[in-house]
Design a protein around this ligand. Sequence first.
Ligand SMILES: CC(C)(COP(=O)(O)OP(=O)(O)OC[C@H]1O[C@@H](n2cnc3c(N)ncnc32)[C@H](O)[C@@H]1OP(=O)(O)O)[C@@H](O)C(=O)NCCC(=O)NCCS
Length: 184
Amino acid sequence: MYIETDRLELKPFRLDYAEAFAKALQYPEIYAYLPEDVPFLKDIEAIIKWFIKRDQDNMETGFTGTNLSIHLKETCEIIGWCGLQPFEPEPCKTEIFYGLTPVYWNKGLITEAASAVLDYGFSGVHMEEIVAGVKPQNIASIRVLEKIGMRYVKTLRHVPNGSEFYANEWVYAFTKDRYFGTKP
Ligand SMILES: CC(C)(COP(=O)(O)OP(=O)(O)OC[C@H]1O[C@@H](n2cnc3c(N)ncnc32)[C@H](O)[C@@H]1OP(=O)(O)O)[C@@H](O)C(=O)NCCC(=O)NCCS
């Protein structure tokens, strides 16, 4: 699994990315709307192992989601993450997820990465629908979702036990039919 865009390379995670990924993730502002907090290096190693296992499990179950690290071509730096995963409050749906080290915010980089991952989902592995959950206060992420063509569909009023973090998130969606212009 490898995706290349004008400025970025998206690659499956490897354990030896841990130190570089930890550097990218060290900024508290990343976690304003995420359930996690600034991780320690040992946490990063565990997260990467979990990403790798999730990719292996996906292969076994036939789920075509993916967990990718984002590399800036110009410097080879690891600057973020993006992928497709089961949407925790509604696990039969697939969610696009992403994040970027703040040094590079507002340069259109996640729009570039997420557009390519959406295209992988629809053109590459023929998903029917891709969704995203976002906190209404996360204006930058909402803007990204709008720029890549996703539309607001609902607010999550009821969430399963254990998924309380997602309560009242806005859900955005894109269907395959609308992506390919066969339905409005
Ligand atoms: C959300 C996030 C990934 C966006 O990454 P990014 O590379 O900066 O996104 P882009 O540059 O592609 O687009 C950001 C857009 O939001 C806009 N924006 C950012 N902050 C804004 C604000 N406070 N008010 C209005 N617009 C804002 C930018 O102007 C830009 O829109 P534009 O291209 O129309 O000018 C980044 O902020 C991040 O990593 N946040 C922490 C992790 C996170 O919240 N992930 C998403 C969970 S749902």
